[in-house]
Write a protein that binds this ligand. Structure first.
Ligand code: NAD
Ligand code: UD1
Length: 338
């Protein structure tokens, strides 16, 4: 049985991926400092899967404890989700983001080298495409950071590329996620944002549950089908499955492999509202406001490489994403119990 170490496995995408790994028969060891998550997510994953997860509360920046974890046991691969991800916060606290995400990843890679482990799947983001000139966006598109969070992803991608150049024994997958939303269909695990959500889908579900009065639609004068921003929303379960395909790929092939993980099609904010209303039978009150600074008009993935090389593509549509996000929100109006 392959042993996979998952950093940040208590978080939104991590917990869904851990569930898929367990269901596929992998042994899973998670470490997380729980700075943006809750131990309860993994308790629920254990219940859903009927399997146990070994958990270590470790911070990426605590190299001593991380090193010990790698000395105490042998892993077959690492999936690295741990990181801070709030764009606005990264603008206010850039050093925190560089320290946590970049220095933390350096620690992880050093521990891997000491342990002789060279298989890594890394959570990158479509944010590395900056403000893309056109969509669909292929992996070879020019890359650009437009905020400190995006810069950390770009820097880490470059570090991993250099690492592979220095030692071609490495097997690395850089996965560029588009807009992960939704939740497991059980409603037991999902996204549990701190404070006021920045992202569209958690904001919509909080309006639907009555925690917020109305949605603000950031601009309707973009050059898009209805003037509102267009994104590639991907169900978190489809995204989680993409990690298993990436693991399979790198276990058989050395190299540095880059994949977009998205659906390949874009939906506008108005389309998301309509899909949500259709999936739930609820009305989402909204008003059109100013554009949010830094937002691109349109951003969706060219997913042909992931399809061709990983044999992966998404199965769930916007309706499923809205239904499952709402199911999670309804069952857990305040997120995980704290
Ligand atoms: P999340 O915040 O739910 O999960 C990240 C996890 O990492 C959390 O459990 C947090 O406690 C942990 N963590 C953070 N810093 C740590 C540290 N120093 N040591 C140990 N653990 C630490 O976020 P998510 O949405 O699940 O995102 C997972 C990864 O995917 C992140 O790297 C994120 O940047 C990336 N990503 C997310 C999105 C998205 O929209 N959710 C999009 C693109 C990329
Ligand atoms: C945001 C981040 C990006 C990150 C991505 C996935 C910013 C500037 N960008 O991108 O770095 O990789 O999330 O986590 O924060 N919208 C509204 N009202 C809202 C919220 C959003 O109209 O209350 C609109 C936005 O203008 C956009 C769309 O909904 O057109 C999606 O927004 P969001 O969920 O924040 O994702 P991104 O903008 O793609």
């Amino acid at each position: 049985m392959q042993k996979i170490l998952v950093s940040g496995g208590a978080g939104f995408i991590g917990s869904h991926t851990v569930l898929e790994l367990l269901s596929a028969g992998y042994k899973v060891i998670v470490f997380d400092n729980l700075s943006n998550s809750n131990r309860e997510s993994l308790e629920r994953v254990q219940k859903l899967s009927g399997r146990t997860i070994e958990f270590h509360k470790i911070d990426l920046l605590d190299k001593e404890s991380l090193g010990k974890l790698f000395r105490d046991q042998r892993f077959d691969a690492v999936i690295h989700f741990a990181g801070l991800k709030a764009v606005g916060e990264s603008v206010e606290k850039p050093l925190l983001y560089y320290q946590n995400n970049v220095a933390g990843t350096l620690n992880l890679c050093e521990c891997m080298i000491e342990a002789g482990l060279k298989q890594l799947v890394f959570s990158s983001s479509a944010t590395v495409y900056g403000d893309p000139e056109s969509s669909p966006i292929p992996e070879e598109n020019p890359l650009k950071a437009v905020n400190p969070y995006g810069a950390t992803k770009l820097i880490i991608e470059n570090i991993l590329r250099d690492l592979y150049q220095s030692d071609p024994e490495w097997k690395i997958a850089l996965l560029r996620y588009f807009n992960p939303v939704g939740a497991h269909e059980s409603g037991e695990i999902g996204e549990d944002p701190n404070g006021i959500p920045n992202n569209l889908m958690p904001f919509v579900t909080q309006v639907a549950v009555g925690q917020r009065e109305k949605l603000r639609v950031f601009g309707n004068d973009y050059p898009t089908k209805d003037g509102t921003g267009v994104r590639d929303y991907i169900h978190v379960k489809d995204l989680a499955k993409g990690h298993l395909k990436a693991l399979e790929k790198i276990s058989g092939e050395k190299g540095l492999h880059v994949y977009n993980l998205g659906t390949g099609s874009g939906s506008s904010v108005i389309e998301v509202i309509n899909a949500f209303e259709k999936a739930t039978g609820l009305k989402i009150p909204y008003e059109i406001t100013e554009r949010r600074p830094g937002d691109a008009a349109t951003c969706f993935a060219d997913v042909s490489k992931a399809k061709r090389e990983l044999g992966w593509s998404t199965e769930k549509d916007l309706y499923d994403m809205c239904r499952d996000a709402w199911n999670w929100q309804q069952k857990n109006p305040d997120g995980y119990p704290h």
